[in-house]
Design a protein around this ligand. Structure first.
Ligand code: SF4
Ligand code: SF4
Length: 331
């Protein structure tokens, strides 16, 4: 059972979701209809006279601000449209494999089991390069020193971190999430953890302060050892130093708050699906963002996972993507 692949189970800002391919191009304003009466003579926003040969919006700051807001709205509209088209295409392509997985776990049909799409990454595993290890050790030393400098534990005790009240409230009071939601993370294999690669596992001085608050006797050396001994033998290339083949190797209480609270959109959608069909388990298709690059049957961009109502995990490795007959619409 791949429970340990419970990578991040979850959400907030540093784990900003990545755009789907092709959705972040530079904004090109749409062509304006030709005026039969020649070039505009008045600003279309403030209606003040325009200098000759300029665009249809004048240089006054309020008009330029409005122009920028229009451009931002247009970018957002296009992205939303593209995301919706990607989702429609991906749902269509994965439907047969989700149906098959549902049958394999004994569901009468897909309508009788919670199901969802998730991201999917398939990156190679490597021993952590020495320069990355050294950079992580430097960072860890820095945040541990900073936390101990703020409160040495002798003349001043570490206090509850205050700038994120949820940090402690959540850890003390949250109810565990249903295990079935891990189907998304197991299918995905930790897309969000790749962002932890450049962020030193999101560990900060506050994380260390929290560790010290939990265990006021803990020494710098013990804390350093706890973090350094948790490295996996091999980790996902370029990803978080703790992103191993079975998921995160850092004990949950040692992780940064975000690693215990992040939920990507896919996981949230699975939670909604589970709420609509409680007790049915779940089937999830992890799908690469760029799956349409290879429209042929069997394209290697898929990992289907099911979790039974009794929390049994099955990775449906034999299921393959069908051919993609209709891709994304043209712009
Ligand atoms: S499904 Fe979402 S929360 Fe889970 S590992 Fe993937 S990106 Fe992270
Ligand atoms: S510590 Fe790293 S591998 Fe573990 S949940 Fe956080 S980002 Fe992912």
């Amino acid at each position: 059972m791949l429970v340990a692949i419970n990578l991040t189970d979850r959400a907030s800002e540093p784990f900003a979701e990545k755009p789907f391919p092709g959705t972040a191009q530079m904004y090109q304003p749409p062509p304006r209809p030709m005026s039969h009466s020649g070039p505009a003579t008045r600003c279309r926003i403030c209606h003040q006279p325009l200098p000759q040969g300029t665009s249809d919006v004048c240089d006054r700051p309020p008009c330029q601000t409005r122009l920028k807001a229009e451009a931002a709205a247009e970018i957002a509209r296009r992205k939303k449209k593209k995301d919706a088209a990607w989702l429609e295409m991906s749902t269509r392509r994965t439907r047969p494999v989700l149906r098959q997985a549902a049958r394999e776990v004994g569901a009468q049909s897909l309508a009788h089991v919670a199901h969802a799409l998730a991201p999917y990454i398939d990156l190679p595993l490597r021993p952590l390069p020495e320069d990355r290890r050294a950079a992580f050790v430097d960072h860890l030393t820095e945040i541990i020193d900073a936390a101990f400098a703020t409160a040495d534990g002798i003349s001043a005790l570490p206090e509850l971190p205050e700038d994120d009240p949820d940090y402690t409230t959540r850890l003390a009071h949250e109810t565990p999430e249903p295990f079935v939601l891990n189907a998304a993370c197991i299918a995905c294999q930790g897309d969000c953890c790749t962002l932890g690669g450049g962020r030193h596992a999101f560990l900060t001085e506050e994380t260390i302060t929290y560790q010290r608050w939990r265990d006021p006797e803990v020494t710098k050396e013990t804390l350093t050892e706890r973090y350094l001994s948790a490295f996996p033998e091999v980790s996902v290339i370029g990803s978080c130093v703790y992103h191993g083949p079975q998921g995160c190797t850092l004990d949950r209480p040692l992780r940064a708050n975000i690693c215990n609270s992040f939920q990507c959109r896919s996981r949230r959608e699975l939670a909604d699906a589970v709420a609509r069909r409680p007790g049915t388990g779940a089937v999830v298709a992890g799908l690469s963002r760029n799956h349409a690059d290879d429209p042929s049957a069997g394209a290697p961009y898929l990992r289907v996972v099911s979790v039974s109502p009794t929390d049994e995990v099955t990775v449906h490795d034999h299921l393959r993507l069908p051919a993609l007959r209709k891709g994304m619409p043209e712009d």
